[in-house]
Design a protein around this ligand. Structure first.
Ligand code: HC1
Length: 569
């Protein structure tokens, strides 16, 4: 450990850590726009400048290492003046439409400008960056005019996701964040995972806002608007509404959705259980009949986009099971419509997801097995938060409510889909009992839990050894696919989730997000599982009824036509 003094406070910090990290760990706030705890620091924005003993000029604290006996001052007039100048220069080249910007209220630039008391811009009147808006795809919108060149999007896409869709291009005033050949995202290698939107400090990269489509459907008396909510929305939505991270808000979320005017409030957990039934039986079929192994899960659409783009030759490894979002949509417009006596043409199927790639998944041409779009509109957790605020709902004061039936019951196995390892654990709970033909004492598969980016385990499935792996982030997924190609991945079953930590860290979740917030959401997910009455997908009574009265059995002809899909090489 290194001893140093920051603003008169004696501090110990690990050797090699930066002054910014040391200050933060001691509760001393230093503003920054390019630093993000998940990313390697780059010292790009220069807002975090401080005075440090031994340095002749102000130093960028995010990249300046601590040293023994160092004395740091974060709050001198010289420091404040320098920060204000940097900020003024940034603001001079930034649009001033904050009040109607999608990021209004969540914008780090806006907050720091307010904190630093910037009241006028001395450098106004010069040349500014031209506005180019990329609206090319269903998931993300990029507005170059709002980019402050912090480089967070470049680093998250390259270092966390391994995709390198963005890089700096140009020089000096013409520097910009660009894709290869300046293509729009639709024609780039973007998977729409939205991690760039999660870390963007301004409104330069945001989710495509589809809330107007939802309001229009709700306001149309001809329509029956049904909504499903993904497993990890319930452990993150509260953050949008002033509730600390890690709180489960399922009951209030259901109540809020009713207040907003949805006709039926259902649960994606129901169809996560359905996915386990289909995917679990598909796995057993492949295992017993010499099918393509390892079989890899297919519910994370950023991941599906990546394998289609980069490793199309490995697509036969993907499970053909649709994601829970899409299974829900197909069942809502067939089984539910028939049972409720509703013309499926009148149903508008909305989903609330933690994920920006889910918007693109719902828009895939083939996702219309019922004869209608499986899912009509996808909004993210952030968008639902905005709708609740727009409607003036006092979220905290809401009385808890229950999901509607028959697509509203989910098990603990379904809710853990929301964190890395959860799909695998849910599948093992069911597959083991299907193979054994009886209830087994083992319920929690701690072997596949954890946050390491790649984990593996050998699981005893009713006397059969199954080697499994769990992977999260696209960078780790690429490494796994390289091993499959090289023939060194001797697994039978692999779970892949595109985002760090799985859906709890999805690109549509509340910001800011970092490892500590993901950990709180993850603990909340496991709490939901532990306190669930039913914890295995095959014990979900609504799923049993669905098979008994409609689908027949897993992998039946009807199940195949509604619940399975194909991929694009
Ligand atoms: Fe997910 Fe899934 S777990 S992909 O992260 O399989 O988005 O939460 O809804 O579809 O169930 C997301 C979450 C989500 C699907 C499920």
């Amino acid at each position: 450990m290194v001893n140093l003094t920051i603003d008169g406070k004696q501090i110990q910090a690990p050797a090699g850590s930066s002054v910014l990290e040391a200050a933060r760990s001691a509760g001393i706030y230093i503003p920054t726009l390019c630093y993000h705890p998940d990313l390697r620091p780059e010292g790009a924005c220069r807002l975090c400048m401080v005075e440090a003993s031994g340095a002749r000029t102000l130093v960028a604290s995010c990249v300046y290492p601590v040293s023994e006996g160092m004395v740091v001052k974060t709050n001198t007039s010289k420091v404040r003046e320098a920060r204000k100048t940097v900020l003024e220069l940034l603001l001079t080249n930034h649009p001033k439409d904050c009040l109607c910007c999608q990021k209004n209220g969540d914008c780090e630039l806006q907050k720091i400008a307010a904190d630093l008391g910037v009241r006028k811009l001395r450098f106004e009147g010069g040349e500014t960056r031209a506005r180019t808006i990329d609206n090319s795809n269903p998931s993300l919108v990029r507005d170059q005019e709002k980019c402050i060149l912090c480089g967070r999007c470049i680093r998250v896409c390259r270092d966390v996701q391994g995709m390198s869709v963005y890089s700096f291009a140009g020089r000096g005033f013409n520097t910009m964040v660009s894709t290869a050949f300046e293509h729009d995202l639709l024609n780039s290698a973007c998977t729409y995972c939205g991690q760039c939107a999660d870390v963007c400090p301004t409104g330069a990269i945001v989710e495509k806002d589809d809330t107007d489509k939802v309001w229009a459907a709700i306001n149309n008396p001809e329509k029956v608007v049904v909504v499903q909510t993904a497993p990890s929305v319930r452990v993150a939505l509260g953050e949008e509404l002033g509730i600390p991270a890690g709180q489960v808000v399922t009951g209030k979320m259901v109540a809020a959705l009713r207040h907003l005017g949805f006709d039926k409030v259902f649960d994606t957990n129901f169809s996560a259980d359905l996915t386990i039934m289909e995917e679990g039986h598909e796995f057993l079929q492949r295992l017993q009949n010499g099918g393509v192994l390892p079989m890899i899960t297919s519910c994370s659409p950023g991941w599906v986009n990546m394998i289609e783009l980069k490793y199309p030759e490995l697509l036969p490894h993907l499970s053909t099971a649709k994601s829970p979002q899409q299974m829900f949509g197909a069942v809502a417009k067939t089984y539910f419509a028939e049972r409720a006596g509703i013309d499926p043409a009148k149903i508008v199927s909305v989903s609330v997801m933690p994920c920006t790639a889910k918007k693109a998944e719902a828009a895939r041409e083939e996702m219309c097995a019922s004869g209608y779009r499986d899912v009509d509109v996808v909004i993210t957790t952030r968008e639902l938060g905005r709708m609740i605020r727009e409607a003036g709902i006092d979220f905290n004061a809401l009385e808890e409510a229950e999901f509607d039936s028959p697509l509203g019951t989910g098990t603990g196995a379904a809710v853990i889909f929301g964190t890395t390892g959860g799909v695998m654990e849910a599948a093992l709970r069911t597959v083991a009992e299907v193979v054994a033909g009886k209830e087994l004492p083992k319920l929690e598969y701690n072997e596949v839990r954890g946050m390491e980016q790649t984990r593996e385990a050998v699981i005893d499935v009713a006397g059969v050894s199954v080697k499994v792996a769990v992977v999260h982030t696209l960078k780790s997924a690429k490494m796994m696919l390289e091993r499959i190609k090289a023939g060194t991945a001797d697994y039978q079953f692999i779970e892949v989730m595109a985002c760090p930590g799985g859906c709890i860290g999805g690109g549509g979740q509340p910001v800011p997000v970092d490892a500590s917030i993901r950990q709180k959401r993850r603990e909340a997910i496991f709490n939901c599982d532990r306190t669930s009455e039913l914890r295995k997908s095959h014990e979900n009574p609504e799923i049993k009824t669905l098979y008994d009265t409609w689908l027949g059995k897993p992998l039946s002809e009807r199940a195949h036509s509604l619940l399975h899909t194909h991929y694009h090489a």
